[in-house]
Ligand binder design. Structure first.
Ligand code: PGA
Length: 254
């Protein structure tokens, strides 16, 4: 596939996989995807598997991401993990503001912006998630919601930091539901996001930022979604939990 920006496809394993299961999965991916150079491949295991997965993917084309981090560098924050701790395991990416964290941990745009700034300070690339709820889409408020989330979650980033940030458009109604946005629906919002990036930063930044689509991506719909001009990759949940389904998504997107 001939794309303006290099595709980046990340697997968000969420709260799944013991260390042994994580190693089975990542070793299988390593074997199946060894030849892939056209796409940036990222896996985001739970924190407990980062250490072993990190060792397993040394000298491979698979990069490591985390699913969340604290906005603080250290201190009395029981249960939290700092960017510097992730760096110990050669983590390169961190998912921030996933809709499940917005919903269950009540993460706000302002908090996500602080985390994004902390990630950049540690040279981690944030994958900042935005997306509307079903009732927001049905009420015609998709663009307003995305605009607010982008403005709030990316607040304070410099242009250079924004270029090293990935935006993931994940319509909440499509996550884990088997209901994928149509390629046209995804493209429409991705183009809107790029326009907002131009307003918030500039045209050059907007042109270079990679925007992933997330929400029930699978091998059967990946190609068509990735074929949209403003879709630059995918954030994959359920289908990233098995070797075959994740590697087929990648192979079908080349
Ligand atoms: P899904 O999840 O692929 O299972 O819909 C996507 C996500 O939550 O990132």
């Amino acid at each position: 596939m001939d794309k303006e920006r290099k595709l980046i496809i990340a697997g968000n394993w969420k709260m799944n996989k013991t260390v042994a299961e994580a190693l089975d999965l990542v070793n299988g991916l390593k074997r199946d995807l060894a030849q892939v150079k056209e796409i940036d491949i990222v896996v985001c295991p739970p924190f407990t598997a980062l250490s072993e997965v990190s060792k397993a993917i040394l000298d491979s084309n698979i990069r490591l991401g985390a699913q969340n981090m604290s906005e603080h560098n250290s201190g009395a924050f029981t249960g939290e993990i700092a960017a510097g701790m992730l760096k110990e395991f050669s983590v390169r990416y961190v998912i921030l503001g996933h809709s499940e964290r917005r919903q269950f941990q009540k993460e706000s745009d302002a908090l996500i912006a602080k985390k994004a700034a902390a990630a950049h300070t540690a040279s981690l690339k944030p994958i900042v998630c935005v997306g509307e709820l079903l009732e927001e889409r049905e009420g015609g408020r998709t663009e307003k919601v995305i605009e607010t989330q982008l403005k709030g979650s990316l607040a304070g980033l410099t242009k250079a930091q924004m270029e090293e940030t990935i935006v993931a458009y994940e319509p909440v109604w499509a996550i884990g539901t088997g209901k994928t946005a149509t390629p046209a629906q995804a493209q429409e919002v991705h183009a809107f996001i790029r326009k907002q990036l131009e307003k918030l930063f500039d045209e050059g930044v907007a042109r270079r930022v990679r925007i992933q689509y997330g929400g029930s991506v699978k091998a059967s719909n990946a190609r068509e979604l990735m074929g949209q001009p403003d879709v630059d990759g995918a954030l994959v949940g359920g289908a990233s939990l098995e070797i075959r389904s994740f590697s087929d998504i990648i192979k079908n997107s080349i």
